[in-house]
Write a protein that binds this ligand. Structure first.
Ligand code: COA
Ligand code: MG
Length: 288
């Protein structure tokens, strides 16, 4: 699976931002046709996004498009306008049931057959950002082999349930954690919520750390400076890699001598810590 540490969103009608984003070396670029685009601009956004997909060099970045919620006439028009330019992935917002995902999967089956493209090549990233989405995420996660990632949307969720967003994030902890656990259970990536204060880099950094601790593999970004910070935050540091490699090597050496538990630098090492170290090392391998 392709690595997705930062996913940079921009309105699909902003050619300038799409051009800018394509040159930044960010893992995923998401051209938005949903809430980042005014109702009067939907048509223009579809056209600009299709044009960018066709003509622009995105380097190694994933080229993704966020549709309007499905099934709907809007989402169908979004697809019709962009599919021929063959994006790498579609982000589907406000996924509430497996049927929402299956609608898109069936559309993609149809287009891949029609254009003679490899089956299942176009990936789906599902945004879980409503109460029903959180309740049904377990079924949504298993709905389609095209699904690569679950993205958690805090702002929409709190709007949906009539809660209050706070800097503590405590009001979303249950749902945010549930999405990460369900993603892990079904071999999907978990991608964390956006952070709306463009000037508070320190809190963005802290929120990345929180997400890493919950098991998230990446985070959505809405500004280039955020994307750079996020991509770095979700990349293991050389010191972390060295420590993880040392721990795994020590574990294997002790296993070979018949010892399952041992101490390293004064701390007890047991199997779960080794698993965490192996997880970190696997992220490094798939980065390259
Ligand atoms: N992607 C690519 N480039 C972006 C960008 C983004 N998301 N956000 C800003 N930029 C560019 C700007 O175009 C500007 O470049 P320029 O000077 O060459 O034109 C530069 O980065 C600095 O931008 P800045 O002046 O700090 O911000 P802004 O006032 O132009 O834009 C926002 C602020 C919030 C409107 C903009 O960041 C944005 O559109 N973000 C995405 C919002 C979105 O998509 N939301 C829906 C999905 S959650
Ligand atoms: Mg949303």
């Amino acid at each position: 699976m392709r690595i997705r540490r930062a996913l940079l969103f921009m309105p699909g009608d902003s050619e300038r931002k799409i051009h800018k984003a394509a040159a930044l070396g960010i893992d995923s670029i998401v051209m938005d046709l949903e809430d980042g685009v005014a109702w009067s601009q939907k048509q223009a956004a579809r056209a600009a996004t299709a044009q960018a997909l066709q003509a622009l060099d995105f380097g190694g970045s994933e080229r993704a498009v966020r549709l309007n919620p499905a099934p709907s006439d809007l989402a169908e028009a979004d697809l019709q306008a962009t599919i021929a330019a063959r994006p790498d992935a579609y982000v589907l917002p406000k996924v509430e049931t497996p049927a929402h995902l299956l609608w898109l999967a069936a559309q993609l089956d149809h287009f891949e057959a029609r254009f003679g493209w490899p089956s299942q090549g176009i990936r789906i990233l599902a945004l879980i950002e409503t109460a029903r989405g959180v309740v049904n995420v377990h079924e949504i996660a298993q709905a389609s082999p095209r699904l690569d990632a679950l993205l958690f949307g805090a702002e929409d969720l709190i709007g949906d349930i009539g809660g209050v967003r706070t800097p503590s994030n405590r009001e979303v902890l249950y749902a945010r954690s549930k999405v990460a656990i369900v993603a892990a259970a079904f071999g999907l990536q978990a991608i964390d919520q956006i952070f709306v204060d463009l000037h508070d880099q320190a809190r963005l950094q802290a929120e990345c750390q929180e997400a890493l601790e919950l098991g998230y593999r990446g985070k959505m970004a809405i500004h280039p400076t955020q994307a750079a910070l996020i991509q770095a935050a979700f990349s293991p540091t050389p010191a972390q890699m060295a420590a993880a490699a040392q721990l795994v090597a020590a574990y294997e050496a002790h296993q070979a001598c018949g010892a399952g538990v041992f101490t390293l630098d004064g701390k007890v090492v047991e199997a779960p810590m080794v698993k965490a170290a192996q997880q970190l090392l696997s992220r490094v391998v798939s980065n390259q």
